[in-house]
Design a protein around this ligand. Structure first.
Ligand code: C5P
Length: 401
């Protein structure tokens, strides 16, 4: 898949830099054209001669070639690249990338690059855990960069923990798969519901839930990256989208989400029903603020909201694929299977509330995919952006013709 692809390999000053020689070798063997850019500190860890020999091109490290009047154009490099991989990416380079500090050739080229960017962090476990590193990686994710999570194990410091750069073979595989999958949703229209719904009690109060919308937004970005046109029907969330292929419709209540979903589904190939829709709405909602009267406790009467997934299951035509989510606290798998059938879903994604790294608000999730024929595929805890890839992989592999 990487034959004739132009790949920039960025190397920063971490001990894992020695492994990047193997990564360059793997890319070259696969037929890719590799341009290595090293930060000044990276040259302390591995010699540029090794990398220029392996890549067949002089390594770039400085903006200018001393006393020659020649300079390296980050803009040309940015346009040349089909992909950029930064491995190892130190905490410092990640921080510079996150904040646009273009004080070396590598970060300057990163800012100019239009191609997909892959970042393989490598650092000591405490640096990796530091809130600033976490925040910076989150920023890179929000720019659409792909983070290749470091592995856990013994680090160069002899401490044991997470922070070891992923092995070159794995990094190679991530890129190979990326180009293989490429645009496997090209021409498909995907409708996604995301976030909570708010049911008004009066003009200032509502009944809502803890859904952040992160899972649905990650799915929207993943489907867009793979070539689909997305309609994202979002409840009240504090999130932005970055892909121009995402058309967003903001709604408040379950009824509004239902109406938008029913109308959009008619022209969709796939519906992913990820929203945490309120099951009930307020029957006796008021158009003025409820006052705190002495001794009088207001009674909120509820009535059922429409079940969007079920309604969509009823109007689904052959060829349309629908995916639901389930969040259960007990009898998880059995309940999810029942839901999959009742709502005429092709598969359902079960989130467990029994795991503290899964479910509402957090950036990670632990899922089990349950198909309509009862198969259960279990996945480990991953960032929601990675979980989105797993879900879309199943969709593409088993359901998209
Ligand atoms: O029945 P339950 O709420 O557990 O089912 C969850 C699935 O159904 C999710 O995919 C959710 O988005 C969808 N749902 C819906 N409309 C509702 C309630 C749930 O689309 N009113």
């Amino acid at each position: 898949m990487l034959k004739d692809k132009n790949i920039i390999v960025g190397i920063t000053g971490g001990i894992a830099a020695y492994k990047t020689a193997s990564l360059v070798r793997l890319f070259v063997k696969a037929g890719a054209n590799v341009q290595v850019i090293m930060t000044p500190n990276a040259r302390e860890f591995i010699t540029p001669v090794t990398l220029s020999t392996l890549s067949g091109k002089p390594v770039i490290s400085e903006f200018f070639t001393a006393n020659t009047g020649q300079w390296n154009s980050h803009v040309d490099l940015g346009l040349w690249a089909d992909a950029m991989v930064i491995a190892p990416a130190t905490a410092s380079t990640i921080a510079k990338m996150a904040n646009g500090v273009a004080d070396n050739m590598l970060v300057t080229t990163y800012l100019s690059a239009k191609a997909p960017v892959f970042v393989a962090p490598a650092m000591d476990l405490d640096m990796f855990k530091h809130p600033t590193t976490k925040r910076n990686l989150e920023l890179l994710r929000s720019y659409g960069n792909h983070i290749i999570e470091p592995a856990a194990g013994e680090l160069a410091s002899h401490l044991i923990g997470k922070g070891r750069m992923e092995e070159p073979e794995k990094i190679f595989e991530v890129l190979d798969r990326f180009f293989e999958k490429g645009q496997d949703l090209a021409g498909k229209r995907v409708m996604i519901t995301a976030g909570p719904t708010y049911e008004k009690i009066d003009p200032v109060r509502f009944i809502g839930n803890f859904s952040s919308g992160k899972m649905g937004f990650a799915l929207a970005e993943e489907c867009a990256a793979r070539g689909a046109e997305i309609t994202l029907i979002a409840g009240p969330v504090a999130l932005n989208t970055s892909s121009p292929a995402i058309h967003r419709i903001d709604v408040m209540s379950a009824q509004q989400m239902h109406d938008a979903a029913i109308s959009e589904f008619a022209t969709s190939d796939v519906a992913i029903l990820c929203a945490a829709v309120a099951d009930y709405t307020v029957e006796n909602a008021l158009d003025h603020k409820i006052k705190r009267e002495k001794d009088e406790i207001p009674v909120i009467r509820l009535k059922k909201n429409p079940d969007i997934a079920k309604a969509i299951g009823e109007i689904k035509k052959p060829g349309q694929v629908t995916i639901g989510f389930a969040l259960e606290t007990d009898n998880e798998v059995e309940n999810a299977k029942g839901k999959c059938q009742r709502k005429n879903l092709d598969f359902i994604v079960l989130n467990s509330l029994q795991n503290k790294d899964a479910g509402f608000q957090v950036d990670t999730n632990v899922i089990t995919i349950i198909t309509s024929d009862g198969k259960a595929l279990e996945y480990p805890c991953k960032p929601k952006t990675e979980v989105a890839k797993d879900i879309v992989d199943v969709l593409v592999k088993d359901y998209i013709i």
